[in-house]
Design a protein around this ligand. Structure first.
Ligand code: FMN
Length: 453
């Protein structure tokens, strides 16, 4: 029997420690987000459907993106225990400069469409956190505007080599003059991917006021207030070149770009050159051999070729071929700091975040981007501590196993399926059993297969 007593007022008082309510709605909202997926949920509530879908969506059946995210979820970590690590260091040296964290902000076009603070929020948040910010050729804040938002931090510029080469070269020269230290040459867009959500939404830039958009705007008045009371949405760095948005986009995608363009860019860009959108081991080896400063394994966040290779799966194979010293970076699908830790363990020197940053932006402007970075930082720190490492350099392939759902057909990794138990199948020859190894004893192939570290 439990012995009961009257509650004592002093003990009750001790229990009643009410937190001061947070009166600022934006702060309250952002503090309630504990993961990037939470920020995505807030972003979805606050952003008109067409703008949210433009950001959140990918190409065709969106399989490239789903598989990339799944690959990160299918990580198994192997922690070490009893390894004291009182001081944690999450900083890295990347492309000749420092970064306080092993990720930077990826280039994204039309960023002010998502939330009016756009690139200014991204660049200033990156500067405050000590990580690099990348401005897209299709950015909606000018090169000089980004420099002003992040005057002391690292800015990178993403280049689309356009049909009219002179426009691209002029942009690169402007970025160099504004102190941008790295150029990301994007090569996975010979043509635009088929973003079906955009087609279904009748998405346009600038957004058109149709009956549908007006109805959709009713629960999202602040987005429209911001949109209608701030400078016009346009390609800031390209605006002086004239042409409609459609013409500019068409001009940005050029199926004739080649290694010759890389050579020209090499001559005109004084800083580091990184090729973004590399998707095979062969191309990785060739690019490192011709002397680029780095490559980004990326399928553009699944927005171009659907059913493209998963960059995270490609990573260990590429690192094995190009060597540990080459600067291999990775993006697509990163939603958690643990994804970043796993990438570094498997040999990536750095990672980029696209949507994770944009969800924060849509959820709360600059403060929202700060929140994305804070969430990823705490996930990185916690994962490192739980793995028993104090620095990123201590992370090794032995810390991670990639569990694999989809197994390449015809590769040696294909498990030999045990035939269904018919009488004839049961009489498998001794040689076949030996070739099947231990799997022969396990009739049901598991859903998830494990490949080595
Ligand atoms: C809305 C949006 C716009 C993008 N615009 C560009 C761009 O202009 N240039 C570019 O090289 N990549 C662009 N990307 C691709 C990103 O740089 C990055 O590769 C991708 O977002 C990484 O995947 P994640 O979103 O899953 O992190 C864009 C991505 C998104 C989501």
């Amino acid at each position: 029997m439990v012995q009961r007593q009257l509650p004592r007022p002093a003990e009750l008082l001790e229990l009643m420690q009410f937190k001061k309510p947070e009166l600022n709605g934006r702060t309250r909202r952002l503090e309630s987000a504990l993961t990037v997926y939470d920020l995505r949920a807030i972003a979805k509530r606050r952003t008109p459907k067409a703008a949210f879908d433009y950001t959140d969506g990918a190409a065709e059946g969106e399989l490239s993106l789903a598989r990339a995210r799944q690959a990160f979820e299918d990580i198994e970590f192997h922690p070490g225990v009893l390894r004291p690590a009182p001081e944690l260091d999450t900083s890295v040296e990347i492309l000749g400069g420092p970064s306080a964290l092993p990720f930077g902000i990826a280039p994204t076009g039309f960023t002010r469409l998502m939330q009016t603070e756009g690139e200014v929020a991204g660049a200033s948040a990156a500067g405050a956190a000590g990580i690099p910010f990348t401005l897209s050729t299709l950015g909606t804040t000018s090169i000089e505007g980004v420099r002003a938002a992040n005057p002391d931090g690292r800015n990178w510029f993403q280049l689309y080599v356009m049909r009219d080469r002179e426009i691209s070269y002029a942009l690169a020269q402007r970025a160099a003059a504004s102190g941008f230290d790295t150029l990301l040459f994007t090569v996975d867009t010979p043509v635009a991917g088929a973003r079906l959500r955009d087609k279904r939404n009748g998405f346009s830039i600038p957004p058109q006021l149709t009956l549908g958009t007006i109805v959709n705007a009713i629960p999202r008045p602040w987005w429209w207030f911001d949109f209608l009371t701030t400078p016009k949405l346009e390609f800031a760095s390209l605006s002086s070149t004239g042409g409609t948005v459609g013409e500019l986009l068409d001009a940005a995608m050029d199926p004739t770009i080649s290694y010759d363009d890389l050579a020209v860019i090499r001559d005109l860009w004084p800083g580091k050159i990184v090729v973004k959108g590399v998707q095979t081991v062969e191309d990785s080896v060739r690019l490192i051999d011709v002397g680029v400063d780095g490559i980004v394994l990326s399928n553009h966040g699944g927005r171009q070729l659907d059913r493209a290779p998963v960059p995270f799966h490609l990573l260990p194979k590429v690192v094995k071929e190009v060597g540990k010293d080459a600067t291999v970076m990775i993006d697509t699908g990163i939603m958690n700091g643990a994804d970043i830790v796993a990438s570094i363990a498997l040999g990536a020197k750095f990672t980029l975040i696209g949507r994770a940053y944009l969800y924060g932006l849509m959820a709360g402007g600059r403060q929202g981007v700060d929140r994305t970075i804070a969430i990823l930082r705490s996930e990185i720190e916690r994962t490192m501590k739980l793995l028993g490492v104090a620095t990123l350099a201590e992370l090794e392939p032995r810390h991670v196993t990639q569990l694999q759902r989809l197994i390449p057909v015809g590769s040696p990794a294909v498990p030999a399926r045990t035939p269904r138990t018919t009488k004839t199948a049961a009489k498998t020859s001794p040689r076949a059993s030996a070739a099947n190894g231990s799997r022969a004893a396990n009739p049901a192939p598991p859903d998830i297969e494990v490949t080595g570290g």
